[in-house]
Design a protein around this ligand. Structure first.
Ligand code: HEM
Length: 514
């Protein structure tokens, strides 16, 4: 059909050359415009990878923005993967994007650092707030410096100490549920997502920076918590900017000079500025210099090192905000979706309870970071939940040179969207992919790239061990003390911002086990 259109236009243009009557000129001009605007953007490309119809200039940006702004981009991508297969192409304002579900290409893009990189794109969405933070920094020297400096804050000793912080905080949360249940006919009904968001928010503050933003306290006392509200706005601004050209941000109230982002940045400067000053003062009062082995994230950011130099104030504040961002919503969503599966599958819950009881009784030194591996069925349950619910559903990379992909050439400079959530449910790698079946993990070594909840390669999640300690300890302590049931009749649809979770959270009834 396209070739017929092009042929008739060529004939028209040829006629124009001979006769030049006004009607033919007008038809040829309109036709030329139609071809330039609608046909050329949709001609088969060098890479030959299929994809949905592209509009002139905007390409697929309008559909992407529409779905992204309603939190449903996962639905649009799923429709396209179903229609076009494991890799499809999109464009947005001249930028070519390949969406990838194929685990082989996902694995390659995450681990082959000579052919793929993280581009500047994510950082350019939030240069005013967290532009210089690890998880948006492009591949290169600055990323390497941040990673090298911060990695030791997640070493075994720090994780062991973190576990000693997590266990009592979770214990207090469980006490709160017990009291609530006693006041309400023996069962506490809560939106567990709100509880987990507050929990993970407080934990990242205490573990990473030794200060508590008291989100749990505010939630339970029903008081406002400005730090929490402001930090929660960062991913929303991020998401609202993703598929919109920067020239339109101001119009949507999310420009670099718009009041909302300015308020966020000012608040972060004030809050984190105070925390930084206090830490500097404490460090200068200390008689001995800090032992690098016991340094937390903030120490590492402030003290720098001989080898890696010192961090600017913008880098420190950006990292602090980004750690709250990367470290709390991801973990809260993972915990919530896991609770959804447990509340839907009482028999799995009971198996966990039995394992819990025997394993906890066998631990001489109590629950620690080191003995969590003894809860084997719990490990399967967590993995299976992360497989079905990849809360970081998509991650970006860019090709640094032409790539041969199954005989097709993906040109250098192409942006890839690696769809972890789709790879996790690919029937080629996962039999009965929609079934929540923890037993599938018994003896299983997944195909590379088919299970990547924390990414892979050098840019994998720096906080993954900490996140798993938080998740496992929370589940162990809640399952130990409560039966968890789903409150019927609720809307469990997903919402995708930077992460994917449940749009309205999750209401569960917690009934204490006697
Ligand atoms: C279940 C919880 C979590 C999930 C599913 C998750 C997932 C991920 C994924 C998929 C990436 C890779 C991004 C990429 O390849 O571009 C990542 C990176 C990152 N995560 Fe997590 N994360 C979680 C918890 C945490 C926690 C608790 C922290 C902090 C304490 C954290 C901090 C980071 C940071 C700083 C990066 C950037 C690493 C780098 O670029 O070198 N995450 N996370």
């Amino acid at each position: 059909m396209i070739s017929d259109l092009v042929r008739s236009l060529v004939a028209r243009v040829a006629t124009v050359g001979v006769k030049a009557d006004p009607l033919s000129v007008a038809i040829a001009a309109v036709g030329g415009l139609v071809v330039a605007l609608f046909v050329v953007p949709n001609l088969p490309t060098k890479h030959g990878i299929p994809g949905p119809f592209r509009l002139p200039i905007a390409g697929n940006a309008l559909a992407l923005a529409k779905y992204a702004n309603t939190g449903k981009s996962h639905e649009l991508f799923h429709q396209y993967f179903t229609k076009y297969g494991a890799v499809f192409s999109l464009s947005a304002f001249g930028v070519l994007i390949l969406a990838v579900r194929d685990p082989v290409l996902i694995h390659r893009a995450l681990t082959d650092t000579t052919s793929f990189r993280r581009s500047e794109r994510a950082g350019q969405r939030v240069p005013d707030i967290i532009g210089e933070a690890l998880f948006v920094l492009p591949s290169g020297e600055q990323w390497k410096r941040h990673r090298k400096q911060l990695q030791p804050a997640f070493a075994p000793l720090q994780l062991r100490n973190a576990a000693t912080v997590i266990d009592p905080v979770v214990g207090k949360l469980a006490d709160y549920f017990t009291d609530l249940a006693a006041k309400h006919d023996g069962s506490a009904t809560v939106n567990i997502y709100s509880e987990f968001t507050a929990l993970t928010f407080d934990l990242i503050g205490v573990i990473g920076f030794s200060f508590n933003l008291d989100a749990i306290k505010s939630l339970h006392e029903g008081t406002a918590n400005e730090s929490f509200e402001i930090l929660e706005d960062v991913p929303i601004i991020f998401q609202q900017r993703v598929f919109r050209p920067p020239s339109t941000w101001e119009h949507h109230g999310i420009g670099l000079k718009s009041p909302r982002p300015l308020r966020v940045r000012k608040f972060l400067d004030d809050l984190f500025g105070r925390v930084i000053e206090e830490r500097h003062a404490a460090n200068s009062r200390a008689r001995e210099p800090k032992d690098p082995k016991t340094m937390d994230v903030l120490d590492r950011l402030l003290l720098g090192s001989e080898e890696l130099g010192t961090f600017t104030k913008n880098e420190v504040i950006g990292e602090m905000a980004a750690f709250f961002l990367a470290g709390h919503e991801t973990t809260a969503n993972t915990l919530t979706l896991l609770m959804m599966e447990l509340s839907r599958n009482p028999e799995i819950q009971e198996r966990l309870y039995t394992e819990n009881k025997t394993t906890l009784a066998s631990l001489k030194e109590g629950l620690t970071a080191e003995n969590l591996h003894e809860f084997k069925y719990l490990d399967f349950v967590v993995k299976e939940s992360q497989r079905l619910h990849a809360v970081v559903g998509r991650v970006g990379r860019q090709t640094t040179r032409d790539i041969d992909y199954n005989g097709r050439i993906i040109p250098a400079g192409t942006n890839l969207m690696l769809a972890f959530n789709e790879a996790h449910r690919d029937p080629k790698y996962w039999p009965a992919p929609e079934r929540f079946n923890p037993d599938r993990w018994d003896g299983l070594k997944p195909h590379p790239g088919s299970f990547v909840p924390f990414g892979d390669g050098p840019m994998n999640c720096i906080g993954q061990k900490l996140a798993l300690i938080e998740i496992k300890m929370t589940i162990i302590r809640l399952i130990e003390r409560f039966r968890i049931a789903l409150v019927p009749g609720q809307d469990l649809s997903y919402v995708t911002t930077i992460t994917t979770g449940l749009k309205h959270g999750l209401r569960v009834a917690l009934t204490p086990r006697i």
